[in-house]
Design a protein around this ligand. Structure first.
Ligand code: MG
Length: 220
C-alpha cells in the first residue's frame, strides 16, 4: 500500500453524509486508555466535533498553525438513519443506517494543555469520513477489523469487537442526552497506536467491508 498516493482509491469525494452533529466517544478501547494513561471510564465519555470539520475521501487534512503535534485516530463511524430520543439499546440498533470510516484528527498538544476537546478536535478538516457507507444489515462490527496507516506504515490495528461500550449502548446513552437525527455521525473511539502526522503524509483508515478512507496531510 506504500505506493498508493492520494486519491488512489477513487479520487476526491465529498463526505457521504451531511450531519446536524458529530458525537464522539473518547476512550472506548482499553488498550488506548492505557496508552493515554487514563482510567477506563464507567460511562461513555462524550465530546463533539462541529460539522464544519468534515471532509471526504481524498481531501486534505490541514494542519493549523496553532498546533505542533497533530495525531491520527482511526475510527469506525456510525451513520444514523432515524431520529433517536430516550432510546433503549434495541431501538438504538434499529436506527443505525450504516457504517463508514473516520479519522478523529486531534491536536494533542492543545488537548493536553487545555484538557478540553472542542478546540483540539474541532479545527476545519479534522473529521475526514468515507469513502462510502456500508448499510447496517451488511455489516456487523464485531466481525471486522480496523487498521490505520501513515504513508503505508501500519500504526493502528484492532478488531471491532474490543469496544468497552458496545455501539447500541453508546447510541442509547447519547439519545438520553440529545436527540439524534438521520445523518448524524457517531465516532466510536480509537484503538491503541495513535501518533503524529506531518505535512506530506498520507493517512489511510481501512475497514474490511467498508473500504479505505485516504487523506493527504498539508500544513495550512
Ligand atoms: Mg477519538
Amino acid at each position: 500500500m506504500t505506493d498508493s498516493g492520494p486519491g488512489a482509491h477513487g479520487g476526491i469525494s465529498l463526505p457521504p453524509v451531511r450531519p446536524t452533529k458529530i458525537v464522539c466517544v473518547g476512550l472506548n478501547y482499553g488498550h488506548h486508555a492505557t496508552e493515554m494513561n487514563k482510567a477506563v471510564p464507567d460511562e461513555p465519555l462524550l465530546f463533539m466535533k462541529p460539522p464544519s470539520a468534515l471532509i471526504g475521501c481524498g481531501q486534505p487534512i490541514e494542519l493549523p498553525p496553532q498546533s505542533d503535534e497533530i495525531h491520527h485516530e482511526g475510527e469506525l463511524v456510525v451513520v444514523l438513519g432515524k431520529s433517536l430520543k430516550d432510546a433503549d439499546e434495541t431501538q438504538a440498533k434499529a436506527a443505525i443506517f450504516g457504517y463508514t470510516c473516520g479519522l478523529d484528527i486531534t491536536a494533542r498538544d492543545i488537548q493536553r494543555r487545555e484538557n478540553r476537546y472542542t478546540r483540539a478536535k474541532g479545527f476545519d478538516t479534522f473529521a475526514p469520513v468515507g469513502p462510502s457507507i456500508t448499510p447496517a444489515d451488511q455489516f456487523e462490527p464485531a466481525d471486522h477489523q480496523l487498521s490505520c496507516r501513515v504513508n503505508g506504515q501500519l500504526r493502528q490495528q484492532s478488531s471491532l469487537d474490543d469496544f468497552i461500550f458496545p455501539i447500541p449502548r453508546v447510541l442509547s446513552f447519547i439519545s438520553r442526552v440529545m436527540t439524534l437525527y438521520p445523518g448524524d455521525l457517531i465516532f466510536t473511539g480509537t484503538p491503541a497506536g495513535v501518533g503524529p502526522i506531518e505535512h506530506g503524509d498520507t493517512v489511510q483508515v481501512d475497514i474490511d467491508g467498508i473500504g479505505t478512507l485516504e487523506n493527504p496531510v498539508i500544513r495550512r
